[in-house]
Design a protein. Structure first.
Length: 257
């Protein structure tokens, strides 16, 4: 797996006009997760709220396959959310009826909860991509790895209104046995990729599209980015890649859990 350089590029909080108010999305997310209530409390009685259910552990093996089988394909989007590019990526995905997995940086999610909730409201899945995108974290202490993974998990969950990330993707593929076990114990399947679109290098839209087409025999999970700089080439490439994948008979899914 390719390793991308560190990103010290966190910007200011900018409101994104996505047509969904934070209040409405927050209410719908709470309703969906809370489930039915047991009617109004009687006078003189107290209401007892159960503690949030801990996520079930998942496999520690790094996922590369699609839940749609051998003709499935997984679109994964890394390093956001970003107030400029995430809305544009969301719009393209909506136009083609595609669901994706968004691997988010903790502070980015914390800074843009409206975008995190818009991602969830559109039916996409969340992935923990650590706090600081340290591609050398596999050389660091277990305490450091734990802080990077668990703090990002908390930030993303809080920003989403309570929806937990279902996957953990190590920056640059810098997994360790410890980090995989820790993530899996928190219900986050370690997530790899088969096709690196190289969009982060901004080689041009045509080059990104060509890379994806050439590398599709490698497997179904494709890596794109919605942050870390100008992602206009990524947005343009998605407009070409998504209909091409459909024409090839692929079904869009999510990474296996």
């Amino acid at each position: 797996m390719a390793r991308h350089g560190g990103r010290g590029w966190y910007g200011q909080v900018v409101a994104a006009a996505l047509g969904v108010t934070a209040v409405t999305v927050a209410a719908s997310l709470w309703t969906a997760q809370a489930g039915p209530v047991n009617g109004p409390a009687r006078a003189g009685t107290s209401v007892r709220h159960s503690a949030p259910k801990a996520p079930a552990p998942v496999s520690v093996e790094i996922a590369h396959a699609s839940d749609r089988g051998t003709r499935g394909v997984n679109i994964t989007i890394d390093d956001g959310p970003d107030p400029v590019w995430t809305p544009k990526v969301l719009q393209v995905l909506k136009e083609y009826g595609v669901k994706a997995t968004f691997c988010m940086i903790g502070p980015q999610a914390q800074a843009h909860p409206d975008l995190v909730r818009a991602v969830v409201a559109a039916g996409h899945r969340l992935c923990d991509h650590t706090v600081s995108h340290d591609v050398t974290m596999d050389t660091k202490s277990e305490a450091y790895q734990s802080q990077q993974i668990l703090d990002a998990e908390r930030m993303i969950t809080e920003a989403s209104g309570g929806v937990r990330p279902l996957y953990y993707r190590a920056p640059g593929g810098a997994f360790t046995p410890y980090s995989r076990k820790l993530a899996a114990s928190h219900g986050m399947r370690p997530l790899g990729w088969n096709v690196d679109s190289k969009d982060f290098e901004r080689p041009g839209t045509a080059a990104i599209v060509a890379t994806v087409k050439e590398e599709m025999p490698n497997g179904p999970t494709i890596l794109f980015h919605d942050a870390g700089g100008d992602r206009s080439e990524t947005v343009a490439a998605l407009r070409e890649v998504l209909p091409w994948l459909k024409e090839q008979g692929y079904a869009f899914g999510f990474p296996v859990r």
